[in-house]
Design a protein around this ligand. Structure first.
Ligand code: API
Length: 286
């Protein structure tokens, strides 16, 4: 069968976007992985599948599959690409869209100037709900802070100190002196698969430039290092604000582009703004 798709990116985090309203799409994880493979398939960090909403009061449902075929709860850059896709394809004329995702409902909106802002929902800081197994790590009052020691088997067994935050998907964020010198590719996979994260985790490496600006690299769960990670940017800013290092709004400089994050504090939603670009349309025999 022929499958039509749109190749897009948000600050270099790239996506295959599929209209599953007008096409029958029901693949196995191995088939998603093949589509996302950069040599044997189309190639992308994630695949976004746009479906009719299942519940009342929502406009669409969108599903997110990582490069490794795993289905996940949240994708900040993907939510902006989704808005551009459904708008450009004439699937909606609304500027504010209610979207069902695995983590719940998000409400991205297309601004008058063409930029896209996503209400990513309130962060979850209670370690057990990230989920993060904090057993035996005492000393950090549960939910009072997000900073935990995470011993990893790197260079003889180093301990990194991570803030654990869920944006619907799990994140472990650490502060580093210089992101360009940080051992992202060596320690990222060790953190991603660490036993204290039962659902694995996205590993963020944040360099604080000033109270309103960070540089960020993310070794993503199920995708490896990406050029930008929207939910990772949200998690990093939340962690930085809670640790007294940052003030909202924060400019996040990722390798692939710039994102802007605003958060008014505990219980409040994190607002993510940034670019969404269509690269090409295509079709593939599947
Ligand atoms: N790049 C995405 C993150 C995808 C999340 C995925 N890596 C996971 O949680 O497993 C973003 O912009 O938020």
């Amino acid at each position: 069968m022929k499958l039509t798709f749109t190749k897009m990116h948000g600050a270099g985090n790239d996506f295959i976007v599929i209209d599953a309203i007008s096409q029958q799409v029901d693949f196995t994880p191995a088939q998603w992985q093949r589509l996302a493979d950069r040599r044997f398939g189309i190639g992308a960090d994630q695949i976004l599948v746009v479906e009719k909403a299942q519940g009342a009061g929502c406009d669409f449902r969108y599903r997110i599959f990582n490069n490794d075929g795993s289905e996940v709860e949240q994708c900040g850059n993907g939510a902006r690409a989704f808005v551009k896709f459904v708008t450009d394809k004439g699937l909606t004329t609304q500027s504010s869209i209610r979207v069902e995702t695995m983590k719940g409902i998000i409400t991205p909106r297309l601004e008058a100037d063409g930029s896209i802002t996503v209400d990513m929902g309130a962060p979850v800081l209670d370690a057990a709900r990230v989920p993060f197994d904090a057993a035996g790590l005492g000393g950090w009052a549960e939910g009072q802070d997000t900073l935990w020691p995470l011993p990893i088997k790197y260079q003889g067994g180093k301990t990194v100190f991570v803030s654990v935050v869920s944006m619907g998907n799990p994140h472990a964020v650490q502060v580093v002196e210089d992101v360009e010198l940080a051992p992202v590719l060596e320690t990222g996979p060790l953190i991603e698969a660490h036993a204290r994260f039962p659902n694995k985790v996205n590993a963020g490496f944040m360099q604080v430039l000033d109270r309103g600006h960070i540089k960020l690299r993310v070794y993503e769960r199920g995708a490896g290092e990406t050029l930008a990670c929207g939910s990772g940017a949200c998690a990093a800013v939340v962690a930085g604000i809670r640790r007294g290092l940052l003030d909202s709004p924060v400019r996040v400089s990722a390798r692939g582009g710039e994102l802007s994050i605003a958060w008014a504090g505990d219980g409040e939603p994190v607002m993510l703004s940034g670019p969404a670009v269509t690269v090409f349309e295509g079709e593939i025999e599947v």
